[in-house]
Write a protein that binds this ligand. Sequence first.
Ligand code: C2E
Ligand code: CA
Ligand code: CA
Ligand code: CA
Length: 275
Amino acid sequence: AKSIGRGTYCFYEESVDKAQEDRRKLKLELSGALERGELFLLYQPQFDCDTGVATGFEVLVRWRHAERGIISPAEFIPLAEETGAIVEIGNWIIDEACKEAASWENPLRVAVNLSPVQFLEDHLAGYIADTLQRHGLAPRRLELEITEGVLIEDEERALDMLRTLKEKGVLLAMDDFGTGYSSLSYLRQFPFDKLKIDRSFIINLQSDPQALGIVKGMIGLGHGLDIPVLAEGVETESQLAMLRLEHGDEVQGFFTGKPKSIADYASLTKASEKQ
Ligand code: C2E
Ligand code: CA
Ligand code: CA
Ligand code: CA
């Protein structure tokens, strides 16, 4: 008989194998998920910090898996990037989001996350322009969220791509701002229309004076460059109050609205009350 030690070792190996096997299986299943209609979109509202008026929605994808239930994008987007399926999935998300936004009485913005893999695709800008036209959505109503990481890998190419996208008239937002390596000169050369402060800075806003200092700095940086600043992950009323005090421009988070089916936000997408 095997010793306990060896048995334990074998068990460990098996569980590593199983995790790899699960990933492999998930990757295979992902390739057909779109066709099977298993992907769907949630919408999280964004609001003007001072007035509380809705300004737009960020689109967040989910996978309804037959056995595993709902799978988070944090788990399956990296798999889709590895297999290349992200291009087709990403195109579908852009199409769905534009179609949805074009149907709203209230002309709010719709913000879509772009994967770095998608971003480096040559056809992206053309596809976006076609999609806007197909659905009759004004380019200014589409915002593309891009993380800093995308820009560092190939600066020249990234700058080229951002300019091409800008020429189409869409808005560009820097996502997860503060988590990368952005410098002032960096921000100046890339044509961003919005900075989205990562929620890791908002979490400790009340308890940590340094966090407040950093958030103040980021808002100042944005305003110094004439770029509005949105705070992500706002979960409490006091965080919202602090952001107002610091002249943040927009907020998004569980406190003001969780990601939900767009039907649940009909009160925002209907014709606006003020007229
Ligand atoms: P992200 O772009 O930073 O999206 C914001 C994430 O924060 C979302 O997680 C959202 O549900 C969550 N969130 C919003 N408000 C709060 C809050 O107040 N508190 C907390 N704790 N969390 C909040 P989600 O939907 O799980 O998405 C995770 C990440 O997956 C996204 O991070 C984004 O990087 C990626 N992702 C989501 N949808 C897409 C997509 O359509 N395409 C691509 N390429 N990536 C996507
Ligand atoms: Ca985002
Ligand atoms: Ca973010
Ligand atoms: Ca994030």
